[in-house]
Write a protein that binds this ligand. Sequence first.
Ligand code: XMP
Length: 564
Amino acid sequence: MNEEATEKLDPAPDESHRVTTTGDIEVSTYLEIAKKIGGAQPAPAKETMPVVERESIVVIDFGSQYSMLITRRIRECQVYCEMVSPETPWGKISSLNPKGFILSGGPASVYEAGAPLAPAYVYESHLPVLGICYGMQVITKQLGGRVTPGTKREYGHAVLHLSEVDSPLFVDLPASTPVWMSHGDQIEQMPPGFSALAYTENSPLAVIGSDGPIFGLQFHPEVAHTPEGKKILRNFVYRVCGCKGNWTMGNFIAESLASIKKAVGGGKVINALSGGVDSSVVATLIQRAVGDQLTCIFVNNGLLRREEVERTFNVFRLNLGMNIILVDASDRFLKRLEGVTDPETKRKAIGEEFIHVFEEEAQKIGKVDFLAQGTLYPDVIESASSSTSAPAKIKTHHNVGGLPARMTLKLLEPLRHLFKDEVRQVGLQLGLPEEMVWRQPFPGPGLAIRIIGEVTEEKLEILRSADWIVMNEIKKAKLYRQLWQSFAVLTDVKSVGVMGDFRTYGYLLAIRAVTSEDAMTADWARLPYDLLARISNRIVNEVPGVNRVVYDITSKPPATIEWE
Ligand code: XMP
């Protein structure tokens, strides 16, 4: 059963817990609020767990759209895996304590001039190697075989027949199994010492292997369309490479605590806490490592959702005993947004204001050495490759990227090698509430980019009420975790309606709910009609000012997920 089934929608908190604004900026240290709520708990003891020896599989990335997926699949086998470019020097690789290499697929053809090849250490290290698609062709070319353009391009499903059932790669595999192909070139002649291990109708050499042990697969084991693919990868890492499988989030936490302590020493760390999964996990991890040397700054920009400020503050200060400064700067942000209607100007204004507020607060703390950030592995990979293939900028993302240079702070990014699902596991193991760990993404500029046109207090209140209904109904329908995001958008369109005997002239509100893997592409969610009807009914009845609700049925691309 989906765990959401048991998720309870908390009632509105007691009014006495609310943080009030009296001035342009009010800084409410936790003590003032903690006194009202009944005191704070001490920070949890710093953890000391044994750190296990790192073992890893290294993916040499030749530019396939699936390279990241290979990395994820290996980690799902509890083996640490990193993706590197073919130019990466051995010094960096050896520090990962590699147990084997995987050569990814890629768009090039090995017989073209300048086609990327595997660095010499891949073979000289005598570690096991698995080449996938283009990676298999690279092995063939570098070890003395021959690759030619295929007479027939093979794309899509094929059936793999095993001819060497005793190969360690094939343990527990059926004699025939579907696989996913996507290649034009193929192996005409294997390198010396290799033999054919399996074939498909169009590829007599669909799997090859040598005692190296070096293997090549013409198909993609990492994609869902190859149902036994994960087993093949698992066999490679355990049976061929001899991995122990010690990549668990418990071990990650232990390793990470040790390295944070070492890096920070007696220094001071600040973190911009947003209540999102990444910044929450970062803060919790660092606090476990260095306790009150960490100060979190949580800026209420007045653009957050209903109860968000109180809930986040309570979890961190009261449940986790964190050293947190709550800055209520709502008035300041709203003033800055007066008269602003252009989406990019809005984003820029909010980003700049955030940096000002954050800097002012940080200065009050005194000397600070580190800025903690929730950078994840896909961001690291994206920015590493963006120098060569930077996509056009669609929207300016608001984050704290400009801060470290301005404030001459060193960056502390303990999650920079984790995927999102791993971050959630770490969060759960650190004791963060499920509500926080499974929170859908929420953009830095908050509700401001979900209000089309000028942002006003009145519109924010309308949107908060509608958004609250959307979220509660989606949670009640047990769909919250299946959706990438689900929220309300307040348009600047007004239309005529009728309520009772009266004509109304109210706002048009849109519901957006999307499914996505990584926000790069998204599809609109096929929500059940009766759920949409309930949401619409509740909104027009319970939210004054809204008399019409529409559902956004556009995918990304061509639309984006947020409306601004
Ligand atoms: P779009 O609207 O570009 O959004 O399809 C993709 C994802 O990014 C989130 N988003 C942001 N996140 N700061 C953030 O931290 C931002 O300025 C921002 N703008 C969009 C959006 O919610 C979606 O998940």
